[in-house]
Structure formats: C-alpha cells, structure tokens
Design a protein around this ligand. Structure first.
Ligand code: FES
Length: 325
C-alpha cells in the first residue's frame, strides 16, 4: 500500500526572517486541497531525493493552499537546504496528504504554547484555530534575535496584547526563557504544546515532567541523538533479537538487532507505510495486541504507547509483539 500523494504547484516563496522562507503550495488546476487540522504536517519530496516533514502554518480553514515554513539550517542533513536552493515558484512538487500528530485539545481551559525557532510553524496554525474557537491561549516564542523571528508581522497584534511573548537569547539559552520557572506550577485545565530544537525540547520535557501526561503535547522535527552506544558495525549495543507476530496470518518473524520491524516485514512481502523512519512523523503507527514494545519514538504519548507502536524505531522488552496487521 503506497502512501497517497498530491502533486502541488509552488505558488509563492516568501522570506519571513533570516534563513526562513515560507513556501505556498496550491493545486495545479486550482482545485480545493484536502482539509487539514491545526498541528498537521505534510511530507515533501525535495530535489536531491530528500523526504522531509513540514508543519502547515496557514489557517486550517483555508482550502486553496498549504503553507510551510523552512529554516535553511547549516547543520541540516541537506533537505531544507535543497528546499531553499532548488525549489522555485512555479515548480511542481510531490507531497503527502496532511497528517496530524499534534492536535489542539478542545477540552483545555487554557492553551500554553512554547515555540523554539522554526518550531513556531505548527503553532501558527494552532493560533488561527484557537482564535477561531475564542480559546484562551498564551505563546512564548523563543528565538535568537528579532531578525531570526519568523511571522513577526502576523503575530504583532497578539504580541501587543500580551498573548505572545517573544524571548531573544542571542544564541545563549541561559539568557532566554526560564522554562523550568514557567512550568513550575500546573494550573488545572492548562494544556502545554511545545516544538523546537533538541535542547529546547529536552528542557521543556524536563520542566513539564510533573504535569499530568494527558496535558502535555509535543512535536519533534528531528530525532534526538540516540543515547545507546553503537558498535563498530553500527549495531546498537544492548538490542536483543525479538519476534513479531502478524495477528491476521499468525506468521512470526525474527527481528535481529541490526534490522527494524519495518525492514523485516518488507523482506517478507508485507507492505508498510513509512516516511521519516526515525520515530518523528507517525506514518508507521501500528496497533499492537500483545507484548511490551521499547518504543523509542517521539510521537506517542504514554497513554498511546499502551496500544500503538512505531514500527520503524521500536525494539521490544518482551520476546514477542503481536501486531494488529
Ligand atoms: Fe516516521 Fe515511523 S516512519 S515514525
């Protein structure tokens, strides 16, 4: 089963801040695009054979376009650089349908948004949604400087109202937002949403560790570097072989230490959808019936991990995992 894709035309590219462009995609024939909800992302096929996930940052009520924001990060593995250097207005690109691992929770009494740098992109669609709902929200927006802060114009009125608070740290996070201080108290009914670079994610994760898990929501845009040491042949030490069973057929397969569940299923003719293959996008989310996965993903909440597993990155704490496939 291949992922259904969309052909989109790049209608416009706009510089939003130092190193940050937005790319506006439309249907080549002017048709409406599939609906999306705030917090959604699309997978974009980029020249150079890159596939990257970008959050949609326009108003989810819009059906005529998708807009993504892309940082030309000198430390990137090449995808975002290629977007900046090789994609031009008028080009046709291939993208996935929108998917959402980071939805707004309607039940929250207050929405606390923490954006680090380009992690603001999903928050832009969330803010549109929250304003449409008449919801109560505050966003703390952490960047290095005003010049590197995207969407300043779009956010100016909310900043003037105090609903958006900008924090410029000059490149030294210790001079920016006091994340542990901000998250020290959890007010009942407040939900936290955060997205940003790895250090920001880890600081926010630590700072919110005492919050009820169902009130904390996040989206990683890059996998955190694996903590497990790797052996010379690239096999992660400590990974034991385990088995997966396919519930519909009863077939059982060994998953050796140097292969993922996805690798082994494909070798055996079982087609599974993937995109990032790094535990960040949610494409390979699979229901399981038995076993105790060692999850390793950056998408699922504690509650979701009791029923779902990302089969591109999970290992196992039990001898066998039964997949609902
Ligand atoms: Fe992206 Fe598995 S393919 S989480």
């Amino acid at each position: 089963m291949a992922i259904e894709t969309l052909q989109l035309r790049v209608r416009q590219i706009t510089n939003e801040a130092e190193g940050i462009n937005t790319f506006e995609f439309v249907d080549p024939d002017g048709k409406e695009l599939p609906e999306f909800t705030a917090g959604s992302h699309i997978d974009v096929h980029i020249p150079g054979d890159f596939l990257r996930q970008y959050s949609l940052c326009n108003d989810p009520r819009e059906r005529h376009r998708y807009v993504v924001g892309v940082l030309n990060d000198p430390n990137s593995t090449g995808g975002s650089r290629s977007m900046h250097e090789n994609v031009r207005a008028g080009d046709l690109i291939t993208a996935s349908h929108p998917r959402n691992n980071f939805p707004v929770r309607d039940e929250a009494k207050h929405h606390l948004l923490l954006a680090g740098g380009i992690g603001v992109t999903p928050m832009m669609a969330m803010i549109e949604r929250l304003q449409t709902m008449g919801a109560n929200f505050t966003m703390h927006y952490c960047t290095k400087s005003e010049e590197q802060t995207a969407f300043r114009g779009r956010l100016a009125d909310l900043a003037a109202e105090g609903r958006i608070i900008n924090h410029y740290d000059g490149g030294d996070p210790s001079k920016g937002l006091d994340i542990p201080g901000l998250l020290k108290e959890h007010a009942e009914g407040t939900h936290l949403y955060y997205c940003g670079p790895t250090g920001f994610m880890l600081a926010t994760k630590d700072g919110s560790a005492h919050w009820p898990s169902e009130t904390v929501h996040f989206e990683y845009f890059a996998p955190v570097v694996a903590e497990k040491p790797a052996a010379a042949d690239g096999v992660e030490l400590g990974d034991a072989e385990f088995q997966v069973t396919i519930s519909s057929s009863g077939a059982t397969y060994n998953i050796p230490a140097d292969k993922s569940i996805v690798d082994v299923l494909r070798e055996n003719g079982i087609d599974v959808d993937t995109s990032c293959e790094a535990g960040t996008c949610g494409t390979c989310k699979t229901h399981y019936l038995e076993g105790e996965p060692d999850h390793n993903d950056f998408v699922l909440t504690d509650a979701e991990q009791k029923e779902w597993v990302m089969i591109c990155c999970a290992r196992s704490n039990s001898e066998n995992i039964v997949l609902d496939l």
